[in-house]
Structures are given as structure tokens and as C-alpha cells.
Design a protein around this ligand. Sequence first.
Ligand code: GCW
Length: 664
Amino acid sequence: MKKLFLVCIMVCASVIGIKADDGSRLWLKQQTGKNAQVSTTDKSVSPTLILAIKELQDAWSGEAIVLKKQKDKRLNKEGFLIRKNGEQLLVSSPSDVGLLYGAYYLLRQQAMGQPLLDEVIENPFYDTRILNHWDNLDGSVERGYAGRSLWQWEELPDTVSTRYEAYARANASIGINATVLNNVNASPEILSAAYLQKVKTLADIFRPYGIQVYLSVNFASPMVIGGLSTADSQNKEVNRWWKEKAKEIYQLIPDFGGFLVKANSEGQPGPGDYNRTHAEGANMLADALKPYGGKVMWRTFVYSPEDADRAKQAYLEFYPLDGQFRNNVILQVKNGPVDFQPREPYTPLFGAMQHTETMPEFQITQEYLGHANHLAYLAPMWEEFNGLVNPTSQKALSGVANIGTDANWTGHPFGQANWYAFGRLAWNPYLTSEMIADEWLKQTFNTDSAFVDPVKEMMLESREAVVNYMMPLGLHHTFAFGHHYGPEPWCDVPGARPDWLPTYYHRADKEGLGFDRSSTGSNATAQYPDSLARLYDNIKTCPEEYILWFHHVPWTHRMKSGKTLWEELCYKFDEGVQQARGFQQTWDKMQTYVDSETFNDVQLRLKIQALDAMWWRDACLLYFQQFSEMPIPYELERPVYELEEMKRFKLNIDNHENAPHGFK
Ligand code: GCW
């Protein structure tokens, strides 16, 4: 793919006006050197306050600003108030970081060309707004599509990349206040004395930006790096080991956030190895962190095959433990019950856990939405989730980061919008996808409505387009084994767990398609609150976007449109392809508004997306047609690939070798 980029950049770069831009400045593109008048009433000027002053001095072009640390009933700790005070603007907050957020607010309004209201009061909605990096200590990133890990572990703590501070600044500018540095499939090494020094160095860089560091920990650490013979949570020495480790960490990093844990999932060790519950395991860690105010974020992503339906398993394992967790344990729950699919209903643990704090885990990296090749703006997916699961019951929000060493941080230039949207929704879950896209576009590119309006429309449509060409009507997990990029609804890997295979999920047969999770099937519908359970359980009332998630639907079933299921499926796949093509048209018209490097990059990725969309459509329809035995409606485009040909594609995900359409 790289080679093609180069050729394309050379050919197209100088055609049109705007200077090439490598995207490294993200949405922070304000002109600097303004020398604005900024003062503070504070006697002791903290590093955070210095940052706030510097940001404003550099880029603010309005009236003089006074920054004031001050309590106010209307503000929580990180909130801020801005009001006009004669000729000046007064920014106040109970905390320095609140003042920094106030500074970024002003710069955002300025970049968007938005007039200031007489009084602005902003409070972050979630207390903890946290990124999860799935970064390994060897520099690789699990499900990362934007280069290598940002953290140069071999060089740390002596050598410090300038990107660490740029990363912290970008996060602070959108209100993210915490980060988990390493993969949930955690190496025990991260807790060794040598690595903790490196972690301390990063924490010191992030602190002025209000960012707290957390670590993913491996439950077997006391054995692997502590030399103990067990990691059992009921063993005294194991408990002592964790307490000592916590003390060691807090001596280095006094504001350390806590631990994130993936236990007894996909081969990771956990309390279950000693016949203990998740609560017993989590509580041991919680007790070790408690004296320092640390938290345990314990993931519920488990699926031991005790029930035949994977979608039910997290609930079955965790619901009976409600009330047994310490109050500094938060259960981190993926938005959907299976695994970050383009569309899933919400995980029913939300709302069901009455006595245990829960926090959603979103995935910003596009593991199942075309990696960094497809334009998929994810805010509409998260907005959909927030419409079903009331955010007021939560105090924290996490997102699996899509960030790496690529110059533009996220691979796809529009991947930046997903990082941005995550931060903004963590600050305020009631912002609409539209408002966030508008903000991002205006800051990242320009404020001209001839550009912003059509591109925003494309962004808003993009997630649904991916759903349409990959997995419409509630289909899920029809991905190729392992890399989760292309389609393989036929995929069969001898010896693999059945619930890692597409046939387990789509259940295509001569009668129909879809997983019966209704009361006549796995009865997963019963895990939802009554009114929803009834809605989902009945094929007549089940929202059609989930119909194949909850029902095995006959091919001839009449959909709301009057079409049969088979016809509707064909139309949906086709619609996705047409949408992807439409994005190409929209983008091509934008050449004069975008720098050449970004323009060409997006143009090429949209081409890949459109070709992939056809690949998805043809693979799925030709495969399912073997069961439906019905023709693809004649008014639709005909498939361009042969099923047998597609079955032979074995995509090498690193270089896209063997992709059906020949992109390398
Ligand atoms: O989505 C699956 C991924 C794994 C990931 C796991 C998890 C970090 O395919 O790569 O591992 O989920 O969330 O733990």
C-alpha cells in the first residue's frame, strides 16, 4: 500500500493550492505567536496553570484574559466558568486543570469562528475519561492500525520523545484525563522496578495536562515477577505482594490511577484458576490500592462456554456477583455483548448491576470496522448506545485507542475524528454526533460551509454504510479468522472454538438466517429489562437493525418494506456499496479545501473502502444465496467476484497482499 501512496502523492501533490500537511497537529491548528494578554490572580503558578497561560498567550486573538482559581457551587472539580468582565474575559475554576480546559474551550470557539456567550459554564460529565492502549512492551499494538506503539520502552526513562507531551496536550484539549498505557493482555513485566521507572517518566510528563496513568496488570504477576508459587487471591503472601507493589508504585507516582484487569478471558490468568470469583480477585487488588485512592477497572469481557450463547456469558458470570465488589472496583463492560461489532444491541449488564459501578468500554480503533482503511465516524454508534443506556448511571468512560506512531497519529486522517469524538462524548455524552463532527471539521480543515456541510454528511452516514456493506440487519461476526478485516462467512478453522467462527453467529440454513436468541432459542432476550425483552423477543416488534441478532428469520419473512428477508438483505448490502461510492464523489469535490497530502491519502483509502464494500457484498450474498436459493433482485448490480475465487483469498493483513482487488 505504501508504494502506491508515494506514487500518488508525487503525481497529485502540486496540483492544487493548500500546502501539504502531515496531520500531526490534529485539530490543534491555531496560528501561534499572538502574544495575547493573559494574567492570573493566583500567587503560586503551577505547571498546569503555566500551560493554560502559554496556550492562550500563543493563540488567543481576543480580549485580555484573567485566569482565577475559585470555587463555585455550579462547578465540579474540573469544571470552568467563563464570563465577560468589562473589557476582560474571566475564566475561573476550582482547579488548575479546569482553567486549562477553559483555555482549550476558548481556543476551540475561536478556531470554529463561534461567538462567545456572555456566560459559559462547563462541567465534565464523567469523572474518569480514559483511553485504553492495547500496546505491548515489544512496541506492537494489538488491533492497532496506525504504526507502532507511541511508548518507546527501550529508550525510556532516559530518552523522551516529544510526542509524549503532544499526546498529553491533544488529550487535555478534549478533556481526556486518564490513560492505561499497556495492553489488557498484559505482560507481568510492566510491574517490574525497571518498567515502573519508565512509567513514572511518562506520568510526570502527563501530570501537568491533568492526565492520570493506569496500568493493565496480569493476574499472575506475583508468580511471574514475584517468584511466588501461586497467584491465589486468598493467599496471604499474594495479598502482601500486591500491597507492596502498590506502595512501590505510589512512591514513584503519587497520583497513580489504578489497575485495569482482563482475567480468565482468552487465556489470561485470573481468580478462576483457583476457583475464586471475579469479585474475590478484584477485591484483593482493590484492597491493595485503597490506601492511596486507586481504582480497579475489572473487565467483564469473559466468555467461558458454560452457556451455548456467547452473548449471554458476561451477564451470567457477573450478575450473580452484584454487591460483592469493593467500592473502588468498577466493572468495565464492552458496549455490546459480543465484541465491538459494527452494530450490536447493548450489553444487558448495564442497568442490571444495581450495587456495582459499571463503565462502558468503547473501541475507537476500528478492529471490526475496516481498520485504518475505512472511513467510519463512530460518534453515531456511541450516541446510539447512550440513547439506550442512560449515561447518568456511570462515572467513567473508556475507549480503546486508535493511536500509534504514524505521523498523523491514527492512520486514516478521519480516525482523528474518532479520538476527538470519544473525548468530547466523555466530557458531555449529550453532544450530538453532528455537533462533534462540525467542531472537528472546522478545527481540522476549515470553516467554509461548502466544505463542512457535505463532508459532515458523509461522516454522519459512514458508520451506517459500514453496517450495510458488512453486517446489515443484525448480522455479526462474519469476519475472516484472526485479522477481522475482510468477509469470510464460510470460515471454518479445524479445532477453533465454535464461537470464534462466523457460522456460529449467522446460522444460515435452508430455512433462513440469524441467531435465535428469543425465548424459543437461547433466551438472551430475557437478560434485558422487561419492556425491551418483550420488544426484542417478538419477531414482529424486534427492531429490524437487530432482527438477525435475536431471531432465525425465514428467507421469505416479510420485512417492513414489503420485501422478503432475502431481498432486503441484497438491498442493504448494495446500499452500503453505493454509499461508499458516494463518499468518493463527495471527497473528490473537496480537493480545493484540503491540503494535498491529506486529500490524496483520504482519496486512496476511500477507493479501498469502495472496493472492499463490493468484496463484502459479493462474498456474503453469494455465500448466503447457497442457502436462500433465490436470485439477487435483477435491478441491483451483479456480483463482480466469484465465490470460489473469494474463498481462496487469504489476505496478508500487513501488506494487503492477496486482497481480491489487488491493493498492496
Ligand atoms: O476484540 C477482541 C480482540 C482481542 C482483544 C479482546 C479483548 C485485547 O480480538 O484482540 O484483546 O477482544 O478485548 O480483550
